[in-house]
Design a protein around this ligand. Structure first.
Ligand code: PMV
Length: 317
């Protein structure tokens, strides 16, 4: 029984997958059909503060604004805290602030649920090891299990039905000079969230059958690229992996196309720059925005072509 309950504040970084998580084998526990690999975004992410309150319901604040208890994010947060609350009367004011430039249109659910998990661990004095925290964060949002760690992180799919072996594991590799650039196409909320998008793809796209094989092959290529610091291999693998995931989405019914005309224009710009000899690649998630992968020495050249690019160095400057 949890008795202690104090205020707590924690930070967790956002993460970008180089090999994507797409498809659940268990929708309750958020168990993936394939393993994935991401890189955490250093200081870009979520700060979450928990303050115990009297009352029968949590208060959820996002970027300084209180949300209605019925709002989707509020409900998800409260249901997540239920995992820790069980039968006890234990409610919180939850304040989340994302320092991810909202304009970049980056999903913040991964960093948000990771920071909330860390804050609950403190507030309730649970003292859980990071693997357990990663498992808990996974229940809030699958990709959140990778945001418990910095640098390159693999999410092992695991074999067990209870999901106790499905969590993030940090890779023991640094890559100074490795850069990510956020290209904003549209910062608005996406029409189809990743949960329903995955479900539709798994249930209706025949093409999805090839996805687990593609993801497994890409994962081992990424391990090789990271171990050998082979940037071209990493970039090519990540870009092909993202496009393969989008191919399965497009092959769903009703079709799921997250791209906008400007997304395609940005992809073509990347391909043109690469033809001209600039080693730049992109990846995309369940939305219209692009994330560019490049190396520090090419940053200034790239900024001439993408002047509004928000850049991050996941392994510091
Ligand atoms: O963690 P979720 O349920 O928001 O799903 C994330 C899905 C992708 O962003 C498209 C891929 C990934 O691995 O992050």
């Amino acid at each position: 029984v949890v008795k202690a309950s104090a205020s707590a504040e924690q930070f967790a970084p956002s993460n970008i997958a180089l090999c994507k998580y797409w498809g659940k084998r268990d929708t309750e526990l958020n168990l993936p059909i394939n393993a994935s690999l991401s890189v955490s975004l250093d200081y870009l992410g979520s700060h979450t503060r928990l303050i115990p309150i009297e009352g029968q319901v949590d208060e959820v604040w996002l970027n300084g604004q209180q949300l209605q208890p019925g709002a989707k994010f509020s409900r998800k947060v409260s249901e997540f805290i239920d995992l820790f609350r069980r039968d006890q009367l234990l409610y919180f004011r939850v304040e989340t602030r994302n320092n991810i430039p909202t304009a970049a249109g980056l999903a913040s659910s991964a960093s948000g649920f990771a920071a909330l998990t860390l804050a609950l661990n403190d507030a309730l004095a649970l003292d859980l090891p990071s693997e357990h925290l990663s498992i808990l964060a996974r229940m809030g949002s699958g990709s959140a299990c990778r945001s418990l760690f910095t640098g390159f992180v693999e999410w092992e799919m695991g074999q067990r039905e209870d999901g106790l072996d499905s969590h993030g594991i940090p890779l023991d590799h640094h890559w100074p000079g490795f850069c990510i650039g956020l290209v904003e196409i549209d910062a608005g909320e996406k029409a189809t969230d990743s949960r329903s998008g995955m479900q539709r793809t798994v249930e209706t796209a025949h093409l999805y059958q090839s996805w687990p094989l593609q993801a497994a092959a890409d994962l081992s290529r990424l391990h090789q690229a990271i171990a050998e610091r082979d940037f071209a291999l990493l970039g090519q693998t990540a870009e092909q992996n993202a496009l393969s995931m989008h191919a399965t989405m497009i092959a769903s019914w009703p079709p799921l196309l997250y791209w906008q005309p400007d997304s395609v224009a940005a992809m073509q710009k990347v391909w043109r720059l690469r033809e001209q000899g600039l080693p730049v690649y992109f990846t995309m998630d369940a939305g219209p925005n692009l994330k560019l992968l490049f190396q520090r020495e090419d940053r200034d050249t790239l900024l001439q072509h993408f002047p509004d690019l928000e850049t991050v160095e996941p392994f510091g400057h």
